[in-house]
Design a protein around this ligand. Sequence first.
Ligand code: SF4
Length: 149
Amino acid sequence: MKKKKNTKNNLKSGRRILSVEERKEMSKPKSPAAETPEIKEPIKPPNVFKMMKSFGKDLSKYVLAGAPNCSKEDYKERLLTCDACPHLMRNVMRCGKCGCLVEHKAKWRTTTCPINKWKKQDVSDIKAKQEEAKKKQEEEEKKSDSGKK
Ligand code: SF4
């Protein structure tokens, strides 16, 4: 009587009762690799100096280029790549390679993944704009120099 009750309870709770053969199979020793699960070491973030250096470099590039952002599709794609990356520190959403906040870093078109996992962005228009701005600045400087003389 008790056995039937247990079976009913197990079936109600969605658990399946294993057969004797299945139990034997489960108790057999598996391969050594399967017995000792791979212990993943926690990702070590880069030191503060390296993080600041990397962030400063990315920020100056971004600002000098006129703060261009990625398209929504590229941003999503970058985040998905990071999500599948073993270097992502999920608890703080930082990249374990450069220490940057992934959500911000992925938005900036001028930034790149430290291990080149992201799709390359076309920054030719940014470079052209920068060169144009440089030329304008040089012309203005020349004009102001000639005006002083
Ligand atoms: S930026 Fe690159 S290395 Fe860092 S988490 Fe994303 S994919 Fe991984």
